[in-house]
Structures are given as structure tokens and as C-alpha cells.
Design a protein around this ligand. Structure first.
Ligand SMILES: [Cu+2]
Length: 473
């Protein structure tokens, strides 16, 4: 087994002290033995999972006897970048901003403008963003690049662009009145700088209310020298929160109570699952710009934080975690080995961030938390289903005497399946009613054995949803 893909690599990261200091080899061997036991079990699980999900278990059993084989530079990207080129980050539910070259300068065109965003199948909001997108399109460059951003303001008020975390000349810092004149509606402004850093950054308007109505986007600087260990998948998630009153579309940017929580501008179950090939190494970059700090939790796998908004962190600072607090204006970069097959949740663990606004859905038909009967609730759900795209109105079982129990209902009646309306290649093969378990600031990483992974990639290709990157050739 090649070290890069094998568990010896994982082991190096899990037990760095034994290995780095070259001592206690016996203990290392014990761990190695434990690992191979884990590996056996994990292949058995893989075979069972494969058989259950898509009925493609034949070659999996054979695979279980062989070491995993990884393609070089495989990725969530269908077109593998040329050797030596950085693996681009994929920002699900958003696009990348293309660029053109002016000599050796990478030239981007960014337009600030109002954006209508569907954040759930039954909820549209009037946000502001860039180039028709909220958050704005992802900018990806490489450390050392000379970057020019031709910025145009099509908002009804003045704005500017701040490059969060970049060490660039003061004239490029984008703070109104301090480092530049505000860019008036209809005006253009050109930002240009050379990037000496690597890491996960972002751009945003440097005005509080504009930030809260959505004016932010990823700015990723890939390192000149590839990070070690290299990853097979690289994903970005932008955290935002919105206060939108029932029957309204305009977020209240002064509110402190948020009822819509989004990853990359959409609430679960509209968030597109992240795909990871079983045995691959996954990087996840998370940026937060809102009024709350979000503890982001990954199910089923431990990860290490390999970087912050300040760039790559030394390996000596990495330690196992499964929940990372992403504070406001911070970036946290996680990496993990996708070892266990399944659809594993990634979500903010603040309970109120794990749901969408029932108030907004139900409007005046809000289910009261007292004096409620199953039949009444179901009839409310049924009338709701006429105006919103639920495919099935039902709920998990409740006790016969439920209504006599103080506190009932809590989560009963909250489950609304809408598998069909949010279906896309990445949701293919998920269990029926999966969408009823997904709400708010939530997505999942689907760790898939080879054949299942390939089946979904084929569906993405067929549906034309394959993500294309604008790599220099
Ligand atoms: Cu949260």
C-alpha cells in the first residue's frame, strides 16, 4: 500500500509523537496492528454499504482484499488540473469568478449588485452580492500572483471592497474614507496587488449592513509549494445568517435574531452534499461572516485544523477534533481522511442553527405548542403542502398520549420531506426522506466507495452540473 493513501499516513498524523521522535517503536507496531484491524472492518463495512445503497457490491468484495488504489490527483473536479497546478477549491452551490490575463496580471471583474437568492425551496430573499451571486463568486489565485480586480458598483449606494487578511498596500485595503473614497453607484474602482501569502481569505464590503445583506465571497490563495500531505478534495463553505420576517424577502440587517442559516447561500436540505471518495483526504475551508460564532461539527470522522485565516499552520499544532468553533471573520481549514463510508453530517451545532424558520413557513397557521392534536397538526401540514413543495406530509411516530405531556410537541411536526424538489446528482442514492433530517446550517459529506462515487460523477456529467474551473493552461 502506498503510504500516501494507506493508513500509515493516517497513523503518522494520529500518533505524531511516536513517529516524529522515533521512539517507542513497539507501541507504534501495536498501533499498526490495531489499524489493520480497523482497516479490515472498514472494508467489510464498505462492502455492506455498497450492496445496500446501489446494489454494486461485486467488485467491492474483491476490493476488500486489495489495498485501496487512488488515482493521482483525483478530485471532485472532473477535469484534473495539470501536474503541479494547485487543486482548485470547490464551493458547492456557488461558482468561481473567471479571469483573463493582461501580460502576467490576473484580471478579475467583480460587480456589486442586488441578488435574488433562493435559500430554500420555499424561500427567496433579496440579498446583495456580486456578479448575480450571494455569496459572491469564489476568486482563486496562486501565491505570488499579481492580481487586478476591476470593481463596479451597481448598488443603489456607495461601497468598497476589502481584502480580508491580505498584506497589501494601504491604498488597496478598501476601507471607505480611510484608504479610499467610497465607490459611488455606477462607478468603477481598480484594485491591484501582488500576493505574497497563501491561504483562505475573503473579500467583503467594509460596511456593516452591507456585510449582513450578503456582500462577501471567498478569496483563496493556493500555495506556491503544495501543502503536505496533499488532498484529493478541497471544499469551501461560507457561513451566513439572515433575519427575514414572515412573508418578507428583505433581510433585516439590524436584527439580532436569525431565522435562516446558510452554507454558501442555501439552507439545508438545499445544500449540495460534498462528495469524497472512500480513502481520500479531504480539505474543508470554512469562513464565517455574521453576528454569531458557529461550532461546526463533522460526524463520523476526526479532523485536524491545518490552517486559519492567517494561512497554513505548522503540523506540530494539529490535534484531533470533530467540532471547530469558527468565529466571526475567521477561517478554519480542516483536513480528514474519509475513512468510513456513509452520508456524514457537517453542521453548526447551535440547536437553533439546525433548523429553518417554522414561523416563516407557517405564517398565521403557526402550530401552537400547547393544546395541539395530531389531527390538527396534520391538517395544518396538509394545507401547507399546497403552497410549498413538500412531497409527503407525515411525521415520525408520536405517543398516543402525546398531547397530554407538557412540552409536546418539540420536534414532532418539524420533519418535512422534500427529496424530489432538492434532488441533484449529489443526492442520488440517499435514503428516502433524507431531506426531513436536514435543516438550517447543515450539509453532509458523502464518503463513497469507488463505484458509487463514479456513478454520481457520471450523473453530474450527464446533467451538465460538473464544476468547471478556469485554470491557466
Ligand atoms: Cu451556528
Amino acid at each position: 500500500m502506498r503510504k500516501r493513501n494507506g493508513f500509515s499516513g493516517v497513523q503518522r498524523r494520529i500518533f505524531p509523537i511516536f513517529i516524529r521522535e522515533g521512539r517507542d517503536l513497539q507501541q507504534q507496531e501495536v498501533q499498526e496492528e490495531k489499524m489493520s484491524g480497523t482497516r479490515r472492518r472498514f472494508f467489510q463495512d464498505a462492502a455492506i454499504f455498497g450492496a445496500g445503497l446501489l446494489g454494486m457490491s461485486k467488485s467491492l468484495e474483491a476490493q476488500a482484499e486489495k489495498p485501496m488504489r487512488m488515482r493521482p490527483r483525483e478530485a471532485n473536479h472532473l477535469d484534473t488540473p495539470a501536474t503541479g497546478a494547485p487543486l482548485p477549491m470547490v464551493t458547492p452551490d456557488l461558482t468561481d469568478l473567471p479571469h483573463e490575463m493582461d501580460g502576467s496580471v490576473k484580471v478579475f471583474r467583480l460587480v456589486a449588485e442586488p441578488v435574488k437568492r433562493k435559500i430554500a425551496p420555499f424561500k427567496n430573499i433579496d440579498a446583495w452580492g456580486y456578479n448575480g451571486s450571494c455569496p459572491g463568486p469564489t476568486i482563486q489565485v496562486q501565491q505570488g500572483d499579481r492580481v487586478r480586480v476591476i470593481f463596479e458598483n451597481r448598488l443603489p449606494e456607495s461601497t468598497s471592497l476589502h481584502w480580508h487578511g491580505l498584506e497589501i498596500p494601504i491604498g488597496q485595503d478598501g476601507v471607505p474614507y480611510i484608504s479610499q473614497k467610497p465607490v459611488a453607484p455606477g462607478e468603477k474602482y481598480v484594485y491591484e496587488f501582488t500576493l505574497h501569502q497563501e491561504g483562505t481569505f475573503f473579500y467583503h464590503a467594509h460596511s456593516a449592513m452591507q456585510e449582513m445583506i450578503g456582500q462577501i465571497g471567498f478569496f483563496v490563495a493556493h500555495p506556491q509549494k503544495e501543502y503536505k500531505p496533499r488532498v484529493d478534495h478541497d471544499y469551501g463553505l461560507m457561513l451566513q445568517e439572515w433575519a427575514v420576517l414572515p412573508s418578507n424577502t428583505v433581510p433585516n440587517t439590524a436584527a439580532m435574531e436569525f431565522n435562516w442559516l446558510t452554507f454558501n447561500g442555501v439552507s439545508a436540505p438545499m445544500t449540495t452534499p460534498l462528495l469524497a471518495r472512500l480513502g481520500s483526504r479531504v480539505r474543508l475551508r470554512i469562513v464565517n461572516l455574521g453576528m454569531d460564532h458557529h461550532p461546526i461539527h463533522l460526524h463520523g470522522h476526526q479532523f485536524v485544523v491545518t490552517g486559519t485565516e492567517g494561512g497554513r499552520a505548522p503540523e506540530s499544532t494539529w490535534y484531533p477534533m470533530n467540532t471547530v468553533l469558527v468565529g466571526v471573520a475567521q477561517a478554519r481549514v480542516l483536513e480528514f481522511e474519509a475513512k468510513y463510508p456513509g452520508a456524514w453530517m457537517i453542521h453548526c451545532h447551535l440547536p437553533h442553527h439546525m433548523m429553518n424558520s417554522m414561523m416563516d413557513l407557517l405564517r398565521d397557521r403557526q402550530i401552537e405548542t400547547a393544546d395541539q392534536t395530531d389531527m390538527k397538526a396534520m391538517s395544518q401540514m396538509a394545507s401547507l403542502a399546497k403552497s410549498v413543495p413538500f412531497e409527503h406530509v407525515h411525521h415520525a411516530p408520536i405517543a398516543q398520549n402525546a398531547e397530554s405531556v407538557p412540552g409536546f410537541p418539540q420536534d414532532a411536526f418539524m420533519e418535512m420531506g422534500m427529496d424530489e424538489v432538492v434532488a441533484k446528482p449529489e443526492t442520488y442514492g440517499l435514503p428516502k426522506n433524507w431531506s426531513a433530517g436536514m435543516m438550517g446550517m447543515m450539509t453532509m459529506v458523502r464518503v463513497l466507495p469507488e463505484k458509487e462515487y463514479e456513478a454520481i460523477v457520471a450523473r453530474k456529467k450527464a446533467s451538465g452540473t460538473a464544476i468547471e474551473h478556469h485554470q491557466e493552461s
